[in-house]
Write a protein that binds this ligand. Structure first.
Ligand SMILES: Cc1ncc(COP(=O)(O)O)c(C=O)c1O
Length: 456
């Protein structure tokens, strides 16, 4: 045991491989279906949206996939990221638990998202793509891809959920600084956006709608533009595993091993990124770490959604996958964790959750901000509201350990900083935020509009 606070790796310790859970997962993958025919998709269908290198990663069962040198060069701007023992938070809680966090907020755009953005831009460039399209909720993904596209000399258009565009003007400016074009979705630039605006000119937007717009632009570009997704897909989860691979080495430096690993979940990528390497250790090396995904009670895909086939987007243009879903028509309440507002969840994560390899919990908005403030006041970092969900749960675990007099080792992923989220903090501090639980009735209603997939 040491009294060290920061556990830092050298540049030479940067992982050379991403870890692919599909090599070891005890849960067989479920098919990805064409949104029109509901038959399994072909690489041809996917190649309208994605470059072949990423499609091959999507379906790969190879355990380790090499990180190209060009990607590692850019990772070196911010990786390996620090692992920090939250000693001051532990003291404030009076807990015997040890709390560690991996700080992904040190990346250029402030979150874990560049881990996949840089890889996606690289593989697009290598496959001859000239321009990319994407959506963004909180703006974290859009700014990460904007940074990455500039690094590989690709143009980028970003469809930003309107409510976030209004709440977070500086995120938009950040994307523009990196050289990208940003539009408030729904826009009048796409057929789908125009149809949404015709039905409701004040539509606040949703990730599902923004995805539809970005997909439509790529799909109708005659192959000149490809689409990038910041979460949900296997190749995205794969790229994020650099987080967990580094953390395993850093926990070793601390001479400890986590009893529980915690991450917030929107589409599932930062959680998978930290958790999958620990899941490998559970599956193959007899470890018994609990893996705990945290979502808001306002968008409870895992804890209240139905595990079934659903469309990935609102306009039914993206593939149909089996996941825990609130229904593709989900218009989320305007909670202040824009990045967690997706109606579904990564299918790989859902399969593992359904089979009991992963746990999930939903937390309320107000107690999440309370935890964020406690973390900021003890550890100094203002967390992204998304990441604050993981902090809430880490604190709850630490208090539970205290009540039981247990020494528990708790690890969470600090997926991003909240320096651009001051409007959310302002709303919380001035008492404008309220708790919200997504009604079970709305989920039941949404299930009437699911695709009619025949059992295999
Ligand atoms: C800081 C931060 N954390 C978490 C998320 C949720 O995404 P995911 O579940 O893919 O990690 C987002 C999404 O935008 C984010 O910006």
């Amino acid at each position: 045991m040491t009294d060290q606070t920061r556990f830092l790796l050298n540049e030479s310790d940067l992982p050379k491989f991403w870890y692919n859970i599909n090599a070891d997962s005890p849960v067989p993958p479920t098919p990805v279906l064409h949104p029109g025919t509901l038959e399994p998709v072909t690489p041809d269908f996917l190649s309208v949206l994605f470059p072949m290198d990423l499609i091959l990663q999507e379906i790969s069962t190879e355990r380790y996939i090499e990180i190209p040198e060009e990607v590692r060069e850019i990772y070196k701007l911010y990786r390996p990221t620090p692992l920090i023992r939250a000693r001051r938070l532990e003291k404030a809680l009076g807990t015997p638990a040890h709390i560690y966090y991996k700080n992904e907020g040190v990346s250029p755009s402030g979150s874990h998202k560049p881990n996949t953005a840089v890889a996606q831009a690289f593989f697009n460039k290598r496959c001859g793509t000239k321009a990319m399209t994407t959506e963004t909720g909180a703006g974290q993904w859009g700014s990460a891809l904007a940074f990455a596209c500039h690094a590989f000399d690709l143009d980028l258009e970003v469809y930003m959920v309107k409510v976030s565009y209004q709440q977070k003007p500086y995120r938009r400016n950040m994307m523009e600084v990196y050289g990208s074009k940003v539009y408030a979705s729904p826009t009048d630039r796409t057929e789908y956006g125009r149809s949404v605006l015709a039905a409701d000119p004040d539509n606040p937007g949703s990730l599902g709608i923004a995805i539809s717009e970005a997909v439509e632009v790529a799909a109708t570009s005659n192959g000149t533009k490809k689409y990038g997704l910041g979460s949900v897909l296997n190749h995205v989860l794969l790229h994020q595993t650099v987080i967990g691979e580094e953390t395993l080495k850093q926990m070793d430096m601390a001479n400890e091993y986590p009893d529980v690993v915690i991450g917030c979940v929107g589409g599932g990528s930062n959680f998978a990124g930290i958790a999958f390497p620990f899941l490998r250790e559970n599956l193959k090396n007899g470890r018994r770490t609990r893996l705990l995904a945290v979502e808001p009670t306002a968008t409870p895909s895992l804890t209240k959604g139905v595990y079934t086939f659903d469309y990935g987007d609102t306009a039914k243009m993206a593939p149909v996958v089996k996941m825990h879903t609130l229904g593709h028509g989900f218009i989320p309440p305007s909670i202040h964790a824009g990045g967690l507002r997706y109606h579904g969840m990564a299918p790989t994560l859902c399969g593992l959750y359904d089979a009991g390899y992963i746990e999930a919990v939903a937390v309320k908005q107000l107690s999440t901000f309370e935890a964020a403030i406690q973390f900021a006041q003890t550890e100094g970092i203002i967390p992204a509201p998304e990441s604050a969900h993981a902090i809430r749960t880490a604190i709850d675990e630490a208090l539970d350990a205290k009540a039981k007099g247990e020494k528990r080792v708790i690890l969470f992923n600090l997926s991003g900083h909240g320096n651009f989220d001051m409007a959310s903090y302002e709303a919380y501090l001035s008492g404008k935020l309220v708790d919200y639980e997504y009604p079970a009735e709305a989920i039941r209603e949404a299930m009437k509009d699911l695709p009619q997939v025949q059992p295999a």
